[in-house]
Design a protein around this ligand. Structure first.
Ligand code: SF4
Length: 305
């Protein structure tokens, strides 16, 4: 007896995915179109891409940032007035980061996008491995995230980028929203909202925010995008792991939970922004980067105070 293949609900070809939240089975073509449609809609609704802009893309070599760059290049690559520049930060995570940088280089050379690589060692005189080996109060991810964000912002500013794209997907966003709820951190939630222009901070954009993580992975696979799928050795230290497990479990039992969480947040954020206006932006007295205190978080974490 031959096994009956599940068919795409749009064209009757063999389906490669079932989306429990939409009830749809989709083939490769219609799945790819579905992802790209959601990305285009996200960009149109949230990020006003003008003419003659330089768009920086934070590229780690992992699936999310590679897919973000690949789709942006597909959407904007032919526009002569826009320039995409990929920025990779080498935090100095032995083996892991060397491998993922290899994937980032492969992708940028395949699609012809300019690629800049900067390291913690050059910028901060210390690698993440060295920082992690020291006596420390925070998890490695706290140092990594803050220092990387600061460095990527500085490079994007230096090259005159108008936008800084990151590969955050639906799961990342839902986890962050939930973590802020659990921590009662309402002000931090406001900072997640579609950003406004602030001096010294390049506008952020998250075009994959409506794409579930498993779909980002599948999109990379079916479109032959070179991506690193290995895990960072410090990942187990990340606080969000517990929240991830909880949300994945909930999503499985109640499909659409992550979208609902994000939708609720999107409705709430405008109201919250009125209650918690953006803090005044100053310049860090040590490194000169934009921040809300006298000394930025990166300099504080590096013990420069
Ligand atoms: Fe950095 Fe943590 Fe991500 Fe590893 S898992 S790259 S340490 S933020």
């Amino acid at each position: 007896m031959t096994e009956e293949k599940t068919r795409c609900m749009k064209c009757n070809h063999e389906a490669i995915i079932y989306q429990p939240y939409s009830g749809m089975h989709l083939c490769k073509k219609h799945f790819t179109e579905d992802v790209e449609r959601k990305v285009k809609l996200t960009i149109r609704k949230n990020y006003n891409i003008g003419k003659n802009e330089k768009i920086a893309v934070a590229l780690s070599g992992g699936k999310d940032s590679c897919v973000a760059l690949y789709i942006l290049n597909k959407i904007f690559g032919k526009r002569r007035d826009l320039e995409l520049v990929a920025i990779t930060v080498d935090e100095g995570i032995s083996v892991y980061r060397e491998r993922s940088i290899g994937y980032a280089k492969k992708l940028t050379s395949e699609i012809g996008v300019k690629h800049l690589i900067h390291s913690f060692a050059d910028e901060y005189d210390i690698s993440l491995d060295e920082l992690a080996a020291k006596e420390r109060v925070h998890g490695a991810c706290s140092y990594c995230g803050v220092l990387r964000k600061s460095l990527v912002n500085r490079i994007a500013l230096d090259i005159g980028a108008k936008r800084l794209v990151t590969g955050h997907n639906l799961d990342d966003e839902a986890q962050t929203i939930m973590m802020n709820h659990l921590g009662g951190d309402v002000e931090r939630m406001v900072r997640l909202s579609p950003p406004r222009e602030l001096e010294g901070l390049v506008l952020r954009a998250k075009p994959l925010r409506k794409i579930p993580e498993n779909e980002v992975e599948l999109y990379a696979k079916v479109n032959d995008i070179p991506v690193d799928i290995s895990l960072c050795p410090y990942k187990h230290e990340a606080l969000r792991n517990e929240v991830r497990l909880m949300l994945d479990d909930f999503e499985q039992k109640h499909p659409g939970t992550k979208y609902s969480l994000q939708k609720g947040f999107d409705k709430m954020v405008g109201i919250l922004a009125k209650e918690f206006p953006q803090a005044e932006i100053k310049k860090c007295t040590i490194c000169g980067q934009a921040c809300t205190a006298d000394v930025c978080q990166a300099c504080r974490l590096l013990g420069k105070t």
